[in-house]
Structures are given as structure tokens and as C-alpha cells.
Ligand binder design. Structure first.
Ligand SMILES: C[S@@+](CC[C@H](N)C(=O)[O-])C[C@H]1O[C@@H](n2cnc3c(N)ncnc32)[C@H](O)[C@@H]1O
Length: 171
């Protein structure tokens, strides 16, 4: 978001599988409407909310109250109904191939027509099967998204990583 120069103020932003939620905390601090989502309530209560509090201070402008939701990606619909977001964020959520379908469905259902989903992940998750490569293949096979590689990190010091941008094609 820093490099793509996306304006964050008043944007509706959802981070899925947020955990510590640094990407969305960055947006919250810059005036976004922020919805934090993770699988279980305990993670939200003991990890996400304390981290939001620690990272909020008077010097930083938090314009909108954050919202926190928990549950499987498959059931996010039940809470969000047909709500749309300008930006959907995800970091390190592609380690299990079994969850790819749920994440794509969530993007299809909740990304606004002019919005972008930014996903950061390792190129390969050794031993657990997930990979950015296979996720991109599945997205491309649907032929209903524009997909771009926003950033590729391959500096030889750690795992190869990528950030991709997904937009919905107009019907
Ligand atoms: C590897 S952690 C990444 C956490 C955080 N985004 C980060 O980058 O530090 C993956 C996160 O995805 C969440 N997650 C995994 N499967 C999920 C599912 N089916 N529904 C909702 N959240 C899920 C986990 O609870 C976990 O917080």
C-alpha cells in the first residue's frame, strides 16, 4: 500500500486471517474503516485486539472504530451479508490448498467492483502443500479476475515471497 500509493482514509478494508494484523493496523492508523477477521474468537481477543490497542495512540489519527469478527472463511457471509470492501488484505493465509476455494469465494462475494485484494504469501510452503503458485493457477482458471504480481521478494536471505493484487473483471 505504501508502494502502490493507495489512499486509505475512509476506505472500507477487511483483513482475513489477520492474527497480529499489522497490515490492517497500518490502514486503521490512516483513517480506514477496518474489519479484522480471524478463525477463532480467542485469537481476536488475546492477540488482535491487544495489538490494535498497543498500536493506537493519541498521535495517530484513528477516525473510525475498528470491528472484529471471527469464524471460518466459509461462514463470513453470514456475518457480512452482502457487504463490500474497497480493499481485502491477507498475509500468510495460503499454506493450505484446502482453504483456497473458501478464500476465493470470499473475495468474489465481498470485494467491491472497483476494489483490490492484496495477498502476501510465501511462494511455497514446504511440507504443508500450500503455495502462491497454485493459488494463482486456481484464480486464473476462473477467468473472472485480473491478477498482477505487485511485489516479488527473492533476496536469498529467506523464503521467496510475493504480494499479488486481485481485481474482479467487469461482467
Ligand atoms: C499463518 S497465520 C497468519 C497470521 C497473520 N495474517 C500474519 O501474517 O501474521 C494464518 C491465519 O489464518 C487464519 N485461518 C486459517 N484458516 C482459516 C479459516 N478457514 N477461516 C478463518 N481464518 C483462518 C488462522 O487463524 C491464522 O490466524
Amino acid at each position: 500500500m505504501v508502494e502502490t500509493n493507495i489512499q486509505l482514509r475512509d476506505k472500507r478494508i477487511l483483513e482475513i486471517g489477520c492474527g497480529h494484523a499489522l497490515p490492517l493496523i497500518y490502514c486503521l492508523q490512516r483513517g480506514a474503516h477496518s474489519t479484522f477477521q480471524d478463525y477463532n474468537h480467542e485469537v481476536i481477543k488475546t492477540l488482535t485486539i491487544p495489538n490494535v490497542i498497543v498500536n493506537s495512540n493519541a498521535a495517530i489519527q484513528t477516525l473510525h472504530q475498528p470491528r472484529f469478527i471471527s469464524g471460518d472463511w466459509k461462514h463470513v457471509n453470514q456475518l457480512l451479508k452482502d457487504e463490500k470492501f474497497d480493499i481485502i488484505l491477507a498475509s500468510d493465509t495460503l499454506y493450505s490448498i484446502q482453504s483456497f476455494r473458501k478464500q476465493i469465494d470470499l473475495i468474489n462475494d465481498h470485494l467491491d467492483s472497483g476494489g483490490i485484494c492484496l495477498m502476501a504469501a510465501k511462494s511455497f510452503y514446504f511440507g504443508v502443500g500450500g503455495s502462491m503458485f497454485e493459488f494463482k493457477q486456481l484464480v486464473a482458471s476462473e477467468k473472472r479476475h485480473h491478477l498482477e504480481v505487485v511485489k516479488s521478494i527473492n533476496d536469498g536471505t529467506s523464503n521467496m515471497r510475493e504480494i499479488i493484487g486481485i481485481r474482479l473483471k467487469e461482467n
